[in-house]
Structures are given as C-alpha cells and as structure tokens.
Design a protein around this ligand. Structure first.
Ligand SMILES: [Zn+2]
Length: 446
C-alpha cells in the first residue's frame, strides 16, 4: 500500500497570490507550505512501514535481528538486505503485537507520505555526504530486477546531485524508493514503476524523481502554476546525471528520443504557448512540452551560454535566496541576473515569453581563402547553441561551437566569420539535443 495525499491541509497563503485558490484538477501537481510533521502509523503485525522522515522507534516495532540489520545499514556503504521475502512472510520481522505503531518525524518539509507491505523485500544502505550520512532504502516485490539495484543507484545519485548538479547537499536524512505505478516524487520517498528490461530507463526514472528533492521540495515551488520550475529542472538534472552514468552519446540519444523528438516534430499549435503560461491553463501536449521539454532546454541553453562555473554561481544564488520559500518565475530571472552579474532579460524573454521553436537555417555561406563567412538565420527563434561542422575536400572534419551569445544582438540572424585551414566541401549546423525542425536547410555544399 502506498498512502499519499492522505490528510487535510491548510492552503498556502503567499504574498503574491494570497490564499492559493486553484483547485486540483488531476493534471497539475501541488503547492504546499513548509511544516513540521510527527506521524504515528498503526499497522497490523508483519507489516513494515516506510515513510517520509526520521524513523523514531525501530526498537519498538522490529525484532532484534532485523533491528540489527537496519541499524547496520545506517552506517554501512554495503547493501544490507534487511528482510527478504520469506522473512517478511514468516512473521519474524516485526514485533508480534496485534498492531505496531511506527513513528516518524520530519521538520520544515512540504509533504509527508508512507507505504506499508507484509511481503515486499527491504534493502537498505547509506551514503556519506558532506555534513551527514543519508539512509537509502528500497522496498519492492521479490524479483524486480531493477529494484534490486535501486539502493546502489541511490547511494550514487544522492552523492552525485550533492557534489555536481545542482551541487547542493541532499537536504534530507533519508530517501526510500517503493515499487508502485506512479513515477512520482514525495519528500524523502519516490514511487516508481519497475522497468526490469531497461536498466538505463529505470535508473533515469529514479534519478528524475530524486532530483525533485531540490525542485519542488527544497525550493517550495508552486507546481500547480509553474510546472516548468520543477519538472524542467528535474528533467535537466536527469540529463546531466545521465551523462555521468551512460556517457555523453547515450545521454544525448536518450534525451532526444524521450524528451525532445516528439515536441520538435509536432507542428500543432497548443504546445507553442509560451513557457511562462500558467500550467493550470494548459492541456495535452501544451502541458508536457512546456513543463518538461522547452523549460529544460532553456536551462541547458543558459548553462551553455554562461559556462558551467558562472551558471552554477547564478543557480546557487537562486537556490540560496529562495530555498524554503516560494519563488515565482520572476524570482528565478532576477536571481540568475544578480548571480551571474549579467542582464539576461533578452534570454528569458526569448525562451519564456514567445511561441518560438528550434529551427536554424544556413542563409548564405562563402569561403574567402582562409575565412568562412556564414550567415545563420534563426527561423524558429529560440536562442540555442549549435556546432558548425566543417567537412574539408580531403574528407577531414572540424567542429566549432557557438553559444546562445550569438543571438544577443540580433535574435533572427547572425553573421559568423570562421577561420578555416583548407578548401571546404560542405558545412552542417548541428544543435545536438537542441533538435532542429527542418534539418535539411542546416546542410550546405560549397
Ligand atoms: Zn518529474
């Protein structure tokens, strides 16, 4: 059983909209305030409870052998099998009171949920972060091949997110993954479908849901109105950790196939509504593409534009200013401007307030001795980075990268002078994950 959204709560009152009056209509996600929670969950004997928060009373509900294994997991880098399926079914794991009361506590957190089972396998380990050890646990049906790996994957991703992107320490004491059907994030808990035949997909699903720890939970994002402020970042972090796990090529391939391809090849109008559009006003592909795809591409384009160091500095400025509060899109824009020391308004206008898409075109190209004079037209409009791939007549190739800075002065057209070594046969504009709507006009023979 997985029990979420299970208790009445006070609506958020913020200084922007007053009381949050938007009804939950099933598509959008949530907007919750920061609270302190103490939960006591009464469960029949032989049911183990996993929950948001610090587990307060393992001594009162677990039998000694399983208590010992659980406690060992809190100090160990190894994967501890706290209880296997036959142990769970044997009546040995929990105290044999008719009911056991499982207690959990969490402070300054936006939601609380729990799961319970009398037959799920229970794995646990922990990982040393900068200031603390965090517990990682998995609860799943015996034989779920991907979930057998989850505890190890979570040891990796909690540390990776803490040290790389966003480069902010995982803010909670625990993370538990429970097998279910939701692919959904909760503070300190995720509920994922088993994908036993595709470990890359399964692992990226876990990475994505755990990345949500930062957006929306750590940052207090209003997901109902601004889904692109949480899904866009979870999608971005999923892509970046995917590079570390699977290499650049596979990560790009996955991101293109799973995120970008459907959007860029679909000419329908509803998905062209500007990213800034309130998520509660969107439906169908308009919701998914704004929340996940276009927003994520904007964050990655900004990373390319600023470079990793300055982008991280600006991102940390945003996260430091707004964690534990409720930032709105304009807080993000202002924090990134201040943190980078640049006025990025042209960039935010370009990505958030337009119906742009991605379509570059070679308007003209000519080789003048050791110089290539190239004019690129931005038909789609988004300020994207791209590579210019040169193929020389002798068959060798060379690549030059251009960041979105080329669109700062003129967002429709850019003139590039590229030094070249030999006679050029053909030239190609390659956006990589910034997939182009019409690739044919990105290629030109000289
Ligand atoms: Zn998500």
């Amino acid at each position: 059983f997985y029990v979420a959204y299970s208790f009445p709560r006070v609506s958020v009152y913020d200084d922007y909209n007053g009381w949050d009056m938007l009804a939950h209509n099933g598509r959008q996600e949530f907007y919750n305030d920061f609270n302190d929670y103490s939960f006591a969950i009464s469960a029949p004997k032989n049911f183990v409870v996993w929950s948001t928060g610090d587990f307060q009373n393992p001594e009162e509900v677990l039998n000694p052998e399983y208590l010992k294994r659980f406690k060992e997991s809190l100090k160990s880098d190894k994967i501890i099998h706290v209880a296997n399926e036959s142990e769970m079914k044997s009546g040995k794991v929990t105290k044999q009171n008719e009911w056991n009361v499982w207690k959990f506590k969490a402070s300054n957190i936006v939601d609380f949920c729990f799961a319970l089972s009398n037959h799920y396998v229970w794995d646990a380990s922990s990982v040393q972060l900068i200031t603390k050890r965090a517990s990682v646990q998995a609860a799943y049906k015996v034989g779920a091949k991907d979930f057998e790996k989850y505890t190890e994957w979570m040891r990796y991703n909690l540390k990776w997110f803490s040290e790389n992107w966003p480069g902010v320490e995982y803010p909670f004491p625990a993370m538990t993954a429970v097998q279910g059907y939701a692919d959904m994030e909760y503070p300190m808990m995720i509920n994922d479908t088993s994908i036993p035949d595709d470990f890359q997909d399964a692992r990226l699903t876990a990475d994505h849901e755990i990345a949500h720890t930062y957006f929306p939970f750590y940052m207090g994002i209003n997901e109902t109105r601004y889904a692109y402020m949480d899904e866009g970042w979870a999608t971005t972090l999923e892509y970046l950790i995917g590079i570390a796990e699977n290499g650049q090529e596979k990560a790009d391939e996955f991101f293109k196939n799973f995120r970008v391809k459907r959007w860029i090849n679909d000419a329908s109008a509803e998905e062209d509504q500007p990213v800034i559009t309130m998520s509660s006003q969107l439906a169908g592909s308009g919701y998914g593409n704004n929340a996940y795809v276009k927003s994520s591409l904007s964050y990655l384009a900004l990373k390319d534009y600023l470079g990793d160091e300055l982008f991280k500095k600006a991102l940390h400025n945003y996260m430091d200013n707004w964690n534990g509060k409720h930032p709105i899109p304009w807080d993000y824009f202002n924090s990134m401007n201040a943190g980078s020391g640049k006025n990025l308004n042209w960039f935010f206008n370009n990505w958030f307030y337009t119906n742009h898409y991605i379509d570059l075109k070679i308007a003209s190209v000519a080789q003048q001795d050791k110089q290539l004079v190239l004019t690129v037209e931005n038909v789609g409009g988004f300020a994207v980075p791209f590579d210019v791939v040169l193929t020389y007549e002798d068959g060798t190739t060379e690549k030059g990268h251009f960041t979105p800075a080329v669109w700062e002065k003129d967002q429709k057209m850019t003139n590039l002078n590229i030094p070249v070594k030999k006679k050029i046969k053909s030239i190609n504009l390659d956006g990589g994950i910034f997939m182009d709507y019409t690739v044919a006009d990105n290629l030109k023979s000289l």
